[in-house]
Structures are given as structure tokens and as C-alpha cells.
Design a protein around this ligand. Structure first.
Ligand SMILES: [Zn+2]
Length: 221
């Protein structure tokens, strides 16, 4: 599947009726409304029910952090089957994450992909400590994650200075890391580029504030 040409990808999507796909703007409004309920402690979606209004297809793809405090289905008050989520420390893009996203986009057809970072992300903080305090990660596997986020960390440390308040620096890196992940998704996946150019896929960034419960979307991505 991953070696399909852009032409083959387009044919795949033309075989999927448009009526089964939720437009990205509508999907985004659903996510915003769900997060507003979550932030107001007013969740109401039945977690055991598929949303038959969208033909049991996920309304959005989510690339988020694996942090136990930031499950997308809860943050967006989404029902079972509503979100196709890929979670990995620091919401980074690696070949396996990218393959999962391509699979979800091709198979189920959601046209909104959200890359979401979050407040006090441990992966971001570990990468910063590695860079600032020379505290290397404890294994090659952890280093593989840190290495993916190092460019965002280095750029922010150079721009803001390493003496900047750690929480402020963490926020800046988190935003930069989200942008890097979006850029990687676009540059590394011919399939996603084709879906963006020819089939209405929209990729946006988002930031979850754990203190307020509010997700801020960056719709100009
Ligand atoms: Zn995190």
C-alpha cells in the first residue's frame, strides 16, 4: 500500500463515496465542540456507540503524544470510532507513524489531520535537558525519540536563549515541534501530499493546555 503511486491513491479515493466523508471544517467544529464540553466538565458522548451519522468512519486523524494525561478521545469528548489516533512520545513523525497515518487516511477517508502537542510534555522536557544540561536519554530507543525533537529544541534555544524560563522554553519548543511534525508529514509522504493537493486533506496543529483543559488550534498551518 505504501508504494502506491499518486495516481493509484486518487483512484482509491474516487471509489469512496463522498457522502461517507465529513468535510474537514465540519470535523474541526466537532472537535472544538467536544473539547469545549470536556473543558467545561460536561462530557456527553456515549463512549460505546459508533456515530452512525458519519457511517462509522472516523471524522479525524490525530497525531498526539502518548502521555497518559492527554488521550484525544477524552479531550475531544469523542465517541468510540470517531477518531483515528496515533500516539507517540512528543508527537513525532517516524516511518511507522507515517505509515499508520497513511493507512488511516486511505482506508477510512477522514480529511482532517490534527497534530497535537501539550503543556509540560515530558518528551520535550527530556530533549531540552539533554541539550541544555547534557543529560542524555537512558537508552538508544529513548535517544531515537529525542533526536527527532532536537531540531525544534535547538532552534528555540538559539532564538530564546537557554536561560529562558523552562516552562516558556518548553512551550516554544512544543509549538515548534508541532510545526516540524506537520512539515515532515508533508515532505515525507507522497500519499499525504496527493491527498492535500487533490482530495481535500487538511493538516493543522493544536496545543492542549492541561491547566485549562482547552485545546488551541492553529488553523493557519
Ligand atoms: Zn508529551
Amino acid at each position: 500500500m505504501m508504494n502506491k503511486s499518486a495516481h493509484a491513491v486518487k483512484e482509491d479515493h474516487h471509489s469512496m463515496p463522498n457522502s461517507t466523508r465529513m468535510p474537514p471544517a465540519q470535523a474541526l467544529e466537532r472537535l472544538k465542540a467536544g473539547n469545549a464540553r470536556f473543558a467545561a466538565n460536561a462530557r456527553q458522548v456515549d463512549p460505546h456507540a459508533f456515530d452512525h451519522a458519519v457511517d462509522e468512519k472516523p471524522i479525524a486523524l490525530i497525531l498526539g503524544c502518548c502521555d497518559h494525561r492527554v488521550p484525544p478521545d477524552i479531550l475531544f469528548d469523542a465517541g468510540l470510532g470517531n477518531l483515528f489516533s496515533i500516539r507517540v512520545a512528543g508527537n513525532i513523525v517516524t516511518p511507522t507513524q507515517l505509515g499508520s497515518i497513511e493507512f488511516g487516511a486511505l482506508t477510512f477517508g477522514p480529511r482532517l489531520l490534527v497534530v497535537i502537542g501539550h503543556q509540560r510534555c515530558g518528551a520535550i522536557q527530556a530533549t531540552l535537558r539533554d541539550l541544555i544540561d547534557n543529560q542524555p536519554p537512558g537508552s538508544d530507543h529513548l535517544k531515537a525519540i529525542v533526536d527527532r525533537m532536537s531540531p525544534a529544541c535547538k532552534a528555540c534555544c538559539e532564538e530564546h536563549g537557554v536561560d529562558t524560563d523552562f516552562d516558556e522554553l518548553t512551550y516554544a519548543v512544543t509549538i515548534n515541534n508541532i510545526k516540524n511534525s506537520i512539515a515532515q508529514l508533508k515532505s515525507e509522504s507522497e500519499i499525504l501530499r496527493d491527498l492535500i493537493d487533490n482530495d481535500g486533506l487538511v493538516i493543522i496543529g493544536a496545543y492542549y493546555n492541561m491547566d485549562s483543559g482547552v485545546v488551541e488550534f492553529f488553523e493557519d498551518e
